[in-house]
Design a protein around this ligand. Sequence first.
Ligand code: JFZ
Length: 442
Amino acid sequence: PADQEIPLKYGADRLGKRSDAAMQKFRDNRLGAFIHWGLYAIPGGEWNGKVYNGAAEWLKSWAKVPSDEWMKLMDQWNPQNFDARAWAKMARQMGVKYVKITTKHHEGFCLWPSKYTKYTVTNTPYKRDILGELVKAYNDEGIDVHFYFSVMDWSHPDYRYDIKSKEDEEAFSRFLEFTDNQLKELATRYPTVKDFWFDGTWDASIKKNGWWTAHVEKMLKDLVPGVTINSRLRADDYGKRHFDSNGHLMGDYESGYERRLPDPVKDLKVTRWDWEACMTVPENQWGYHKDWTLSYVKTPLEVLERIVHAVSMGGNMVVNFGPQPDGDFRPEEKQLAESIGRWMKKYGECIYGCDYSGWEKQAWGYYTRKGKDVYMVVFNPPYSKHLVVKTPVGTEIVKAVTVNGGKDVKITETARNEYNVDMPDKDPGEPFVIKLETKEKT
Ligand code: JFZ
């Protein structure tokens, strides 16, 4: 009850999911791509002849490179094969409905010509406004653009990891003003932006300034009508992150599932709020790393299963790409995009606009739902050739059809609220989808 809650000035400003059209669009998109592109693409995980296994976008930190030396990479920023329209076409063919772009990662290099720092694309041989070209190209393909923004900035002398003195406090307050300016600049230069995804917000300095995270959320919402903001930005009065001290989600959607997913049986609590997960294709490489043999690389099928898993629990999934320093994508990523796109073309209706079904998870795969239609997405076909379906009390299956082909599928009621749904006669040789039309018993 509300009267037992801790009073908070900077906690959640809303209880439950947002119900406006912009939020519904965010949700309906379901599948997105992440782009991690910055100076770190140039060394690609290697510094002074040594290859580091850690995340390539953290190389500056692994190799202990001072910022001024790191920023000399700007002289090599000249992605001759960069073609924003080709990137947008690839995204459309993959079937993603939105792309999250690193406007500025921890290193501090800006993909847009920011007035507030010299570390931007403008001061490189290439000069061009990469971010502006991408926003236009993606929007021209009907794809929403989301901005990744790291608050932590290794290039800025006023950044502080903690506030321990008057001097720290003054420096950090200049830093927060700088950050506000950059965010206002992004929101006004690129007004079609649909979302800000904050990162680099875990330090004590930021947790001690929960007020500022609430202020940023409000500032951006005033500037960009409908904009969505991830929970990772937020800290409350007590420095509690993502969920406030009363347990309420801050921001519009939860963004804590990174390279992992909620358990489809045990973690159903996530269906009470909006959430978005993101994943890398190798184990933990967001930026371009020249050697993908250093860790396990997920197959397209494994990526697909994670996409369906997220949607089946009412979440979005964002698949990461780390473009090469020449502006092109590595062959593995092109193949992955094509392969996901081929499947989405046939079966995408079980992804876009779909949500958690509320039905009991079965071993053959995942359910998703759109209104009265429940989709069975089959990843593990059983030897019995019968897909067991248990419906909630009061729900009846009227008809079952294959999604790619529209063929009727035989269903047999085997017990109360239990059915055998037949496998298609011919093994599709890939995860396939059966649509169940349902009705409520009266
Ligand atoms: C951060 C970055 O440090 C990383 O380089 C990448 O950009 C990724 C998307 O975000 O890394 C994180 C952030 C949050 C968690 C884990 C890694 N987390 O909440 O578990």
